[in-house]
Design a protein around this ligand. Structure first.
Ligand code: FAD
Length: 530
């Protein structure tokens, strides 16, 4: 058997490498996420290559993406070149580059230049940008520092015409090496999956089924369990049931495949807030942990260096878990209503008109299942809809480049949004807090401990409410009011108004400040179900 370019030839037939086969099988969102950063900040290249699947091998994939770039107009190519950061520039010092760029520039020591080198290099960078109108692009992994400096001086003194073509050639080299790394990672992951399969067989998974099948009154299919929501809880519950021999399960999730939960849609933090060691969804099988998934691809040393889990990696891990366990999630399936259907069954009405019958229903609907997103009336009724957005919506900050924005609420997501907004060039992001002081301690850290994660379910309802009331009380103590003898968490306009906030057609104003505070408002506000 001969191997070459991601395809093996066995008995005259081509067999795709595990990596290419996996890429060919990806859905749209997962494909863009995996390959979208091969060309720096230019997911549109992967987007345009997506319809060209299936790829016959590594070379076919690489060439497809390359062809997209080569066929793009001058303007698009220029945007691609400009999407590259300056070498050894400010963003490197601020550690504000993409993970790939950080690693590439670090690999030739650009983050450790001596002061004199840096001064000379900064002058060259500036002269180059002045002359050509875009940053100097070179595939640093193919050059030593001395070669980079020599190439910079040669190209700076060279011909104007043709420099953009040289920069594009360099972007191809950068993308090629990134793709090679990615394919090697996917091959290692495929090898790890053999270990997963072995571990599962050791545990006699799938456990033999013991549940007697049932049908509906008219002979319709009845699932033993319907788990509403295919986020991490839904996946974990589904796998846990399988380990108990309950296989006739369906997991409807309203989102398209690969976009379950908040992670890659409206969550905007750089990393997860939870410690990297947290386990649970893998139901105790070591090879299924995030750590095992991560180490299989990046190695143990990288794990030691990892501080917190990057947000998109967590989604990638959940997608992997679902795939490797072949969990029965049905996407684009919103459950609109659940009602008793007689004879101990439940009828789940889907928003698209479909119906699911089940013996048991598990609600794994996450934060959305507990209430509804809320935009206070003082904003909703005063501002045009293009002047505000709720932080749970998927939106792009690019149109707000150069503008000042105001963010109402001072929880973690407010700061996530503030830092995220500054990336695409928002000029100023102001966070407004209702409370007199910022929350400095994470009061729900206890929720990560075994005492709560494993045993919360054993509490009776009254104790559950008391526990949650305690945690929520810690996060929003100053927002509580007494009404009719009952305490409510206040998620209304009241405190904002008391703090002097007003909205007009030009934006938001705090009466204590002279200038209008913002041109767009972002909310993190939520009304718990009563
Ligand atoms: C911005 C943000 C940041 C967060 N950061 C962290 C963090 O760092 N660490 C951490 O541990 N937790 C974090 N959380 C909490 C996080 O939501 C949960 O830990 C995690 O997503 C819970 O998983 P889950 O499966 O219970 O819910 P989710 O991941 O929310 O999954 C529930 C799924 O059910 C779907 N669904 C809901 N209703 C229906 C319906 N009627 N029909 C069909 N599908 C439905 C939802 O669309 C979603 O896909 C964060 C939450 C947010 C919003």
């Amino acid at each position: 058997m001969a191997r070459g370019g991601g395809a093996c030839v066995a008995n005259g037939e081509y067999i795709l490498s595990a990596a290419i086969a996996r890429i060919n099988a990806l859905g749209h969102a997962a494909f863009i996420e995996l390959l979208g950063s091969l060309y720096e900040h230019s997911p549109r290249v992967a987007e345009a290559a997506f319809p060209m699947r299936p790829f016959a091998g590594d070379a076919a994939l690489r060439d497809a993406m390359r062809a997209v770039v080569d066929a793009a107009g001058e303007k698009t190519q220029l945007a691609l070149i400009r999407a590259h950061p300056e070498l050894a520039g400010e963003k490197l010092r601020a550690r504000a580059l993409t993970a790939s760029s950080m690693a590439e520039q670090g690999s030739v020591g650009l983050d450790q230049l001596a002061a004199a080198e840096l001064t000379e290099w900064s002058a060259l960078n500036a002269a180059y940008r002045e002359r050509f109108g875009f940053p100097f692009v070179i595939c640093v992994r193919l050059h030593s520092w001395d070669q980079i400096v020599t190439a910079m001086k040669r190209r700076l003194a060279g011909d104007m015409a043709g420099e953009d073509a040289e920069a594009i050639r360099q972007t191809h080299d950068i993308a090629r090496l990134r793709l090679e790394d990615l394919l090697a990672r996917l091959e290692r992951l495929a090898a790890h999956e053999a270990q997963v399969a072995r571990d599962l067989s050791m545990l006699a998974d799938p456990a033999s089924s013991w549940v007697r099948p049932r049908t509906g009154h008219a002979g319709e299919q009845v699932y033993d369990v319907a788990i509403v929501g295919g986020g991490q809880s839904g996946l974990g519950a589904c796998f846990a049931l399988r380990r108990e021999g309950v296989h006739n399960v369906i997991v409807p999730d309203e989102n398209p495949e690969g976009l379950e939960g908040p992670w890659v849609t409206y969550a905007r933090m750089v990393t997860l807030r939870t410690p990297k060691h947290l386990t649970g969804v893998e139901t105790g099988i070591p090879s299924l942990t995030y750590r095992a998934w991560f180490e299989a691809q990046f190695g143990g040393e990288a794990w030691e260096k990892l501080e917190k889990i990057p947000r998109a990696d967590w989604m990638a891990y959940l997608r992997w878990l679902r795939g490797v366990l072949a969990l029965p999630v049905r996407n684009d399936a919103k459950v609109a209503a659940i009602e008793p259907a007689g004879s101990g069954l439940f009828r789940l009405a889907l928003a698209d008109g479909g119906v699911v019958l089940a013996r048991k229903v598990v609600l794994a609907t996450g934060i959305q299942g507990g209430g509804e997103w809320h935009v206070p009336a003082l904003v909703r009724e005063a501002l045009p809809v293009d002047r505000y957005a709720h932080s749970s919506s998927v939106f792009d900050y690019t149109p707000w480049a150069g503008k000042r924005i105001g963010i109402l609420g001072s929880g973690a997501s407010a700061f996530d949004n503030a830092q995220h907004a500054l990336g695409p060039g928002v000029a100023e992001a102001h966070v407004f807090a209702r409370r007199a002081d910022l929350q400095r301690v994470n009061p729900i850290r206890h929720m990560e401990r075994s005492g709560l994660t494993k045993r919360y379910a054993l509490l009776d309802d009254a104790e559950k409410y008391r526990a949650l009331d305690h945690f929520l009380g810690l996060t929003s103590r100053r927002q509580r009011i007494h009404s009719g003898g009952r305490r409510h968490i206040l998620a209304s306009d009241f405190i904002w108004e008391r703090r002097g906030m007003r909205c007009g057609r030009r934006g938001m104003m705090l009466s204590s400040r002279r200038r209008p505070a913002s041109t767009v408002l972002i909310f993190w506000s939520y009304q718990p179900a009563r």
